[in-house]
Design a protein around this ligand. Sequence first.
Ligand SMILES: Nc1ncnc2c1ncn2[C@@H]1O[C@H](COP(=O)(O)OP(=O)(O)OP(=O)(O)O)[C@@H](O)[C@H]1O
Length: 282
Amino acid sequence: MENAIQVSGLRKAFDQQVAIEDVSFHVKKGEIFGLLGPSGSGKTTTIKILTGELEQTTGDVCVLDTDASSFDSTQFKSKIGILSDNSALYERLTVYDNLKLFCKLYGAPLERIDVILDDVNLKNDRNKVVSKLSKGMKQRILLAKALVHQPDLVFLDEPTSALDPGNVIHIHRGLQKLNEAGTTIFLTTHDMEEATKLCDRVAFLDNGTIQELGNPDELRFKYSSHDFHIETTTNEKFVLGNDSKNADQIRDLIAAGKVKSIQSDKPTLGDVFLKLTGKELV
Ligand SMILES: Nc1ncnc2c1ncn2[C@@H]1O[C@H](COP(=O)(O)OP(=O)(O)OP(=O)(O)O)[C@@H](O)[C@H]1O
């Protein structure tokens, strides 16, 4: 099967509270797929259903050719990695020993530990006791734990939310490297730059339903006004619509050497979300 994840008609209600409704999508093997949405939109609920932590109210879920009834099996768990708000570490053990325990659980070679510690920028902290580390460092150990056994598919619930910009760049590189080696990545994020940079496709979730789904650049183009933003050599700024009448004007301005810059309108993913839902994606 070429899909790593197949979801159709998914609904989850907690008593009267509907968290997600009629959610359908697929994630191809080898893709980086992002689920984007504001707080409370249903991202974590979706991840928890896909990893077997929660049971859906209705709908079908298939992950790595495995039906939800088998998500508890060790064989399935060894093929996926999870970073979620429930991920935990042994605080009194060192960084290395935490990862060693996890490797032993899933039969992963111990040589992977130093490779993954480098990917999450913790190479020099391998012998430190976890309880003495910062929140951002613990987040990176949890990320290493999700990735150390080289899973076929990883679920990352806001992987960089607690990290400083330098470490975000480092982690992004590590995730891209992992993906190039064949791992499918499913992530949630509030960070539109992260989604634009990393994801092959994104889905916008709002109030528990998918509002739009596609490649970030294609979505940005689809929701662009296609206007041109022009700045002249005399620092005048104006906007011209993308039509043949304006093409003549733009050509004349260029011919007269009066154009300092021309930029086409390209909304950010946050702008697209705002257009679709009237909400900021924060
Ligand atoms: N265990 C639960 N019991 C009752 N309601 C819940 C439970 N878990 C989630 N919800 C509700 O389901 C909705 C979706 O929550 P969810 O945690 O999936 O959102 P989210 O998009 O991950 O938010 P955030 O970005 O803040 O983590 C919210 O209205 C939330 O209050």
